[in-house]
Design a protein around this ligand. Structure first.
Ligand code: TRP
Length: 338
């Protein structure tokens, strides 16, 4: 029998999950957890959340919601686990050990760090700088083989890979060098086309989201007022579907026939934007119906979240402890008093 691969990914508890998170990450994680080739470890990266979010109540509120999202999406726990990063504080011990192998210049050069520095000059904390080292500890602690992430996170995985190699070279082979799984899709948000002819991704901070917790009516209300091709002023004007976020979103939820209907109808002014939006809203609501139903039921059973996280912590701890014992011993950090 070939060995199961360990797949690992984390999501920060920064806000309410939306359709982009669902298609790009959560639903994909659920599918992978149902694949017998993989043992999946999914966690809420609450320590990472602290680098940008200072409102304690927000973190406490978002965290259980993220766990519900994983569960409602159908993450199969028969050979996978969900845990909270801070429930396994060994990760910070490993992060320290790894930080001593990390060149400062590598961290300084990371685009995510440079980006945050520019966008939030008022809060350039050391956590932000060390963020990728903690992420490497998240990944190397359970000796993950595969990490599904978006393209923005690739430089972090590259740092993880180089730390795994450096450790293996200096102290003898121990860590598998983790691979990145093909990009997570970045779903466009309900926004006008930008200067570069693209669409901003659906993002928590951009006010362009369809939230997983929205009702079908709220979903329709957001889509109803969303911008379309600005050239299509009147119902009788032909439009360009490639300039419209509604058409862009259709690609993720609609059939090839509906896509052709939308494209042709828009270009010939055979259909109105409202017709096109109605089909989009119906398809999104249809796709999320089961998820929303399950999420509502789970939300009434807080014990479920606790039980899942207790078991997740237990499993993650076994993996982390084994790694830490090895790494400490090889680096010369023995346990002296115990
Ligand atoms: N940095 C990731 C993000 O913002 C979240 C994350 C933290 C993560 N630790 C991880 C993802 C380990 C994959 C593996 O999306």
């Amino acid at each position: 029998m070939t060995q199961m691969k360990t797949v690992l990914s984390g999501i920060r508890a920064t806000g309410t999950s939306h359709l982009g998170n669902y298609i790009g990450a959560i639903a994909r994680f659920a599918r992978m957890s149902q694949d017998p080739r993989y043992r999946c470890l999914f966690f809420v990266a609450d320590f990472h959340t602290l680098t940008t979010l200072k409102e304690a109540e927000q973190i406490k509120k978002h965290l259980p919601n993220m766990v519900l999202d994983y569960l409602a999406a159908g993450v199969d726990l028969s050979h996978s686990a969900i845990y909270v990063q801070s429930d396994v504080p060994q990760v910070t011990e490993l992060a320290w050990l790894l930080s001593c192998l990390t060149p400062v210049t590598h961290l300084e050069g990371l685009p995510t760090y440079k980006d945050k520095r520019e966008k939030h000059p008022e809060d350039i904390n050391a956590g932000l700088f060390n963020y990728p080292v903690l992420m490497a500890a998240d990944i190397l602690g359970p000796r993950a083989d595969l990490v599904p992430v978006g393209s923005d996170q690739k430089p972090h995985i590259e740092l993880t890979q180089s730390l795994a190699r450096r450790f293996n070279n200096l102290y003898g082979h121990y860590f598998p060098v983790p691979g990145v799984l093909p990009d997570m899709v970045l779903v466009p948000g309900l926004s006008p086309m930008d200067e570069r002819g693209g669409f901003a991704k659906m993002g928590k901070s951009d006010g362009n989201t369809i939230n997983l917790g929205d009702t079908p009516e709220q979903t329709w209300d957001k889509i109803r007022v969303a911008p379309t091709d600005p050239q299509r002023v009147h119902r009788t004007d032909p439009g360009n579907p490639d300039h419209c976020c509604i058409f862009a979103l259709h690609q993720y939820v609609s059939t090839p026939e509906q896509l052709a209907w939308s494209r042709e109808g828009c270009m010939s002014a055979g259909i109105g934007c409202m017709d096109c939006k109605r089909v989009l809203a119906d398809n999104i609501n249809h796709m999320l119906a089961e998820f929303r139903e399950r999420r509502m039921q789970l939300a009434q059973k807080p014990d479920v979240i606790r039980d899942v996280l207790v078991e997740g912590k237990r499993q993650a701890e076994v993996l982390f402890n084994e790694t830490i014992e090895h790494v400490r011993e090889r680096m010369g950090i023995r346990r002296w008093g115990s």
